[in-house]
Design a protein around this ligand. Structure first.
Ligand SMILES: Cc1ncc(COP(=O)(O)O)c(C=O)c1O
Length: 301
């Protein structure tokens, strides 16, 4: 149960080769959601120091805290990264929707090899490209996956957040180590969920439909936000619009709240986000259209 059924392992392996362009030797491991992995990987590996992006999903930091590790919120480029046992990258990023370039991935891999750091790429939004095409770190390893892991989640790809189904792909020795610890520490994926994951991974149609849905919602909201004075930053992929009116994030959140629209203050993702807000395209098409109409009406007044 910890390693995954042969069918699920084959489905993940096949998907990693065809979709992610993974090469060389690698192993796979099912997870009960990628949040659990993000929160517990530093503990499972007994990491002493963890690097994560300076504007990021808060659970990277939580994982470092739970492990009692030194934490560092770092810029995209590795030049200033402190040494760390474990380093996270995230593309497409939550909350910014920023997508890593080939060069950024290659530099991160080069840094990790030089510093003997485990490099984990959180790619749970990979299927939702819009104005940029997201790629996996596994495409850049040249078949040498030593110390490299990619994490994916069916919460996003297949809208299965309630199922808790995700998986790791990468360095076979490292995955063997994590699997061994997990045999004793638990967090194995229940069999019915493993079966559902296998089926979801074998179908692409629903992913294409969902991508079109998110991107149409972004296309509805962006012009309304721009007309209301928001500058859109990145937002090239994923489920979010990251934008600023060069005011406090709470002022932007309040302005939208007065229109009955809920957005997230950027400071939730780090100090650098304090003038930004994150808007999620997870509301229904009707609600998104209504939100755009309310923003447009408020802007005209
Ligand atoms: C960057 C990132 N990683 C991981 C997760 C966790 O997703 P899940 O636990 O549903 O797989 C999220 C959820 O929002 C996320 O934004």
């Amino acid at each position: 149960m910890t390693a995954g059924t042969p069918e699920l392992r084959a489905a993940i392996t096949n998907w990693a080769k065809t979709k992610l362009k993974a090469t060389g030797e690698f192993d796979v491991l099912p997870l009960i959601g990628s949040k659990e992995l993000v929160a517990w990987l530093p503990s499972l590996l007994q990491s002493k120091s963890v690097n994560f992006p300076e504007i990021a999903y808060p659970t990277y930091r939580v994982g470092a805290i739970l492990a009692g590790a030194r934490e560092a919120a770092v810029a995209i480029s590795p030049e200033q990264w402190p040494h760390a046992d474990l380093t996270w990258v995230n593309s497409p990023a939550n909350p910014t929707g920023r997508v890593h370039s080939d060069e950024e991935y290659l530099k991160a891999i080069e840094w990790a090899r030089a510093n003997n750091s485990i490099l984990v790429s959180d790619e749970c939004y990979l299927e939702f490209g819009d104005t940029a095409v997201p790629t996996s770190i596994l495409q850049y390893t040249n078949g040498n996956n030593h110390n490299i892991l990619a994490v994916h989640s069916l919460s996003k790809r297949s809208s299965m957040a309630g199922y808790r189904g995700a998986f790791l792909i990468g360095d076979k020795d490292l995955i063997a180590r994590i699997r061994e610890v997990r045999k004793h520490a638990g967090m194995m994926v229940p069999l019915p969920i493993q079966k559902a994951m296998t089926i979801a991974l074998s179908d692409e149609t629903h992913v294409v439909e969902q991508r079109a849905r998110y991107n149409a919602r972004r296309a509805t909201l962006v012009p309304a936000l721009k007309a209301a004075g928001f500058e859109i930053e990145y937002s090239n992929a994923g489920l979010y619009i990251w934008c600023t009116r060069n005011e406090s994030d709470w002022d932007s959140v309040s302005w939208l709240a007065n229109l009955g629209i809920l957005a997230t203050p950027g400071n939730f993702y780090g100090e650098l986000g304090k003038s930004h807000i994150r808007i999620a395209m997870t509301a229904t098409d009707l609600q998104i259209a209504e939100a755009a109409a309310r923003i447009a009406a408020a802007t005209k007044v």
